[in-house]
Design a protein around this ligand. Structure first.
Ligand SMILES: [Zn+2]
Ligand SMILES: [Zn+2]
Length: 339
């Protein structure tokens, strides 16, 4: 079969590899669509370490073509999505309800072969039936949506609150839609590109701030009569935006750090400020137990992630799509690889 193999950072080659066969508790799916995401770019650039050589791609949807002999509840012909962070279910973390920290996470597309291929072999326990009515295109976005559902769980918005989302990329856009669905009355999206803000205004954002034109913290303060936001979701991952995020919180407000920042990078936070304003700062990492809910949010229209796909690309052209992702030309939001 054909697959995109990352041999080392900077060297992603579409080549012939053996077609995988299912182990006893595995299924093999014919990949119909697989989203290209910022994590893939970080692997490609070497900022996040893959188990090279490895077939990357972790946002996959497809049809089962083979099931292992122990597999129950899934059969050939089923349309499915795969949780790439398939946890073991048996370690202390998994058993205590914290699969995020699983000591034996599958990590398809990072540590094990993933979905930028014609076929992909995955564990049955991380494989979910696609609800009827969902397209492969939409279903391929279940993983990013499931990570945002966890972000919203960590944010725990309350009805009537004001939420700020920093970052108008796909994850910021998905968060804006979901935090609104979860009860925020005002959803203020911040980015430096007006075209991204315009996309936000079509769906999740009630108001926008162009941080190229105004100081983001001052703008939030003005829009909230000097009070600040109840909730800020940071979906960029730079130290500057994290510091701004703290500065625009209301007393007793909460910051969710979602954007992937460089390991070891340090932001300035004033402890006295956190203390006296009683701020809460939490992280939201991957997608524990959120796959079924992510599917429902997409199926019922609580989030429209599919419309964020700006290009569909055959496997042979994956390097071009990776280039687009790196350069982010105007109008580029999310690429879907269609093997
Ligand atoms: Zn992803
Ligand atoms: Zn585990």
């Amino acid at each position: 079969m054909k697959a995109a193999v990352l041999h080392k950072p900077g060297e992603l080659v579409v080549e012939e590899v053996p077609t995988p066969a299912a182990g006893p508790n595995e299924v093999v799916l014919k990949v119909e669509a697989c989203g290209l995401c910022g994590t893939d770019l970080k692997l490609y650039e070497g900022h996040y370490t893959a188990n090279c050589p490895v077939i990357i791609g972790h946002e996959m949807a497809g049809t089962i073509v083979e099931t292992g002999k122990e597999v129950q509840g899934l059969k050939v012909g089923d349309n499915v999505v795969v949780d790439p962070n398939e946890s073991c279910g048996a370690c202390d973390w998994c058993r205590s309800g914290y699969s995020t920290y699983c000591e034996d996470m599958a990590a398809y597309g990072v540590l094990r072969d993933g979905g930028f291929a014609e076929y992909c072999r995955v564990g049955a326990k991380g494989t979910y039936l696609m609800p009827e009515g969902l397209s492969f295109k939409a279903a391929a976005l279940t993983e990013p949506v499931s990570c945002a559902v966890h972000g919203i769980d960590r944010a725990a918005p309350e009805l009537g609150q004001t939420a700020v989302i920093i970052g108008g990329g796909p994850m910021g856009q998905i968060h804006a839609q979901l935090v609104r669905a979860a009860g925020a009355a005002r959803t203020i999206l911040i980015d430096i590109f007006q075209w991204k803000l315009d996309i936000g205004l079509q769906r999740g954002a009630s108001e926008v701030i162009n941080a190229q034109e105004q100081d983001a913290v001052e703008a939030v303060m003005e829009m909230t009569d000097g009070q600040g936001a109840d909730l800020v979701i940071e979906a960029v991952g730079t130290m500057a935006t994290i510091e701004q995020a703290v500065g625009m919180l209301k007393k007793h407000g909460k910051l969710v750090i979602f954007g992937l920042s460089a390991e070891g990078a340090q932001a300035k936070i004033v402890p006295f400020d956190v203390l006296t304003r009683e701020l809460t700062i939490v992280g939201a990492w991957v997608n524990p137990y959120t796959f079924p809910r992510a599917l429902q949010t997409m199926l019922t229209g609580q989030v429209d992630a599919e419309s964020l796909i700006s290009e569909e690309v055959p496997l042979d052209n994956i390097n071009e799509a990776m280039q687009h992702l790196a350069e982010k030309p105007e109008g580029f939001m999310k690429a879907l690889i269609v093997p």
